[in-house]
Design a protein around this ligand. Sequence first.
Ligand SMILES: Cc1ncc(COP(=O)(O)O)c(C=O)c1O
Length: 440
Amino acid sequence: MEKRIVSFSPPDISELEINEVVLALKSGWITTGPRTKLLERRLAAFIETGKTDIDTESEPERWKNRVVCLNSATAAEEMNLRILGIGPGDEVIVPAYTYSASASAAVHCGAKIVFVDVQKNGDAASHMPEMDYEKLEAAITEKTKAIVTVDLTGIVCDYDRVFEIVERKRALFIPMKSKVNPLDALSSRIQQALGRVAVVGDCAHALGASRIVGGVKKYCGAIADFSAFSFHAVKNFTTAEGGASTWRELPGIDNAEIYHMLQLLSLHGQDKDALAKTKIGSWEYDIIGPWYKCNMTDIMAAIGLRQLDRYLSLLARRVEIIKRYDEVCDELGIFHLVHHTPIMDSSNHLYLIRLPGFDEQKRNAFIELMSEQGVATNVHYKPLPMMSGYMAMGFDIKDYPNAYDYYRNLVTLPLHTLLSDEDVEYVCAALRNAFEKTAK
Ligand SMILES: Cc1ncc(COP(=O)(O)O)c(C=O)c1O
């Protein structure tokens, strides 16, 4: 077979996205504005949270929306924790097997992170390295304020189980006391309304993924209490950099308050955004709090609007590639994730394989052989307790043996929508060759 160069995850940008960006640039409105607001409404409709009439731009309609677009998932994760009032003295539970942002957002807020190991070989059905739910339950204390569930690779966690656990632990939960500043006052009401540890989804990989939860099919972003999406360049759906904060209906809390507060948090605590200030005579604004700056621009939203038009067909192509990889891995006896089960459809973001009997050294030799054949692979992820920044905080991978075990023989194959059928066959042939050489 003639050598090909197969890159790992290039963005799939068509003329549609390019033309929309040009229109945004020519429109005279390039920061947060009409395109960002339209993307929020369309995403809300897509993931079915706060579904609104997407063509209505009036303020009250906008505030029924349960999506706020931001500049990254990391920012969305932090804003979600901030609106929940999480800070010093609080504990946030995070799986040891994830990307840094799932944990660093809690560190930014001043909370203590508590890592929980994953299940041995991952979830029984999907094999995704989900938290060990017994260990999760045991880790909940009176200080626990949030659990970060990570829908890694686009596979949706067992939220029925997570919600059962937080319900069982209700008696331990102590909501924060109401304070005078508007953010603390809202956070306190949200904590009282929940009356339990908050479930905060890291859905960075999972736009369009769904699962039956409580007997009903729900999309990621509408399952956890608050969720964060990433639209980074390597994700299924991209705005170059970007992300969104989403939430589900919180009983007793007016949705407009959450939408408005997330906007304030992401734009200096300023009560009028640039668009609102352009209205004649509307120069004056207040700063409600000295907050953050992580808004999405209309240039980013322009990419997102046209990506969303194409998104279902992009997902369908990913499913085709996964089916082919599954066939070859099954034939070779290589373990792989199961992206679709009777109760769950993933967003097909990453294709993880685990090479049977391999240690780190053999796995790295396999990666080297793939690379020599022109195929870029990756490892998602080296567990956080193995990273120097987290080791310096006192974490030790010895306390998370299942996370280490999962990582040591793991490889991520290229999975993206610029792969032709011939590329996919080439990756399969390279995989077969590298596996046969290294498995000996
Ligand atoms: C699991 C997970 N969470 C969060 C993030 C952060 O996303 P962003 O780059 O949009 O901040 C990533 C990025 O790769 C991720 O993989």
